[in-house]
Design a protein around this ligand. Structure first.
Ligand code: CA
Length: 158
């Protein structure tokens, strides 16, 4: 089984360079250019490591970082063109495992990816699984929906 590395990067040139280098290094890499698209992917697929850009068309990568970290210890490397100390400190405080500033060396990035995967092992992450484990119960009218069992009942949920 190879590790799934999911890349959030809106610059198509950098995204291609990253996924090609990761594929050549034996990982399975997929890239997405917006927060909406990576969230959609992560709700259906596993990830073993995330590479997150900060400046995106629909927001900041810090939002995804916060979201994922509140549910999982999956490896996260922030790869950003913003050479800004405040952004870097925020990313580390929100739980990024590593931080690289563009332009970066591909060999260095791969070495950091390998090191992080060796450390965190094969713990995979999906948004779906963790959301279901959290078990939300929604009540409306005379029905309730239990997200753990995905059962809709016309009586009370326990
Ligand atoms: Ca960007």
């Amino acid at each position: 089984m190879s590790y799934q590395v999911v890349v959030l990067e809106d610059d198509p040139g950098i995204a291609t360079e990253l996924t090609e280098a990761l594929d050549l290094s034996g990982f399975e890499a997929r890239s997405f250019g917006s927060l909406a698209r990576i969230r959609e992917h992560l709700s259906h697929h596993e990830a073993h490591l995330l590479l997150i850009d900060l400046g995106l068309p629909d927001g900041s990568g810090l939002d995804l970082l916060r979201e994922v970290r509140s549910r999982s210890d999956v490896g996260i490397i922030v790869v950003s063109g913003i050479n800004d100390e405040a952004e870097r400190v925020a990313a580390i405080e929100l739980g990024a495992d590593d931080y690289l500033t563009k332009p970066f060396s591909i060999r260095e990035l791969i070495a950091r990816v390998r090191r992080l995967l060796n450390r965190s092992g094969n713990t995979a992450f999906t948004l779906t699984r963790h959301q279901l484990e959290r078990r939300d119960v929604y009540r409306f009218h005379n029905y309730c929906l239990d997200t753990a069992s995905m059962l809709l009942r016309s009586s009370e949920c326990n």
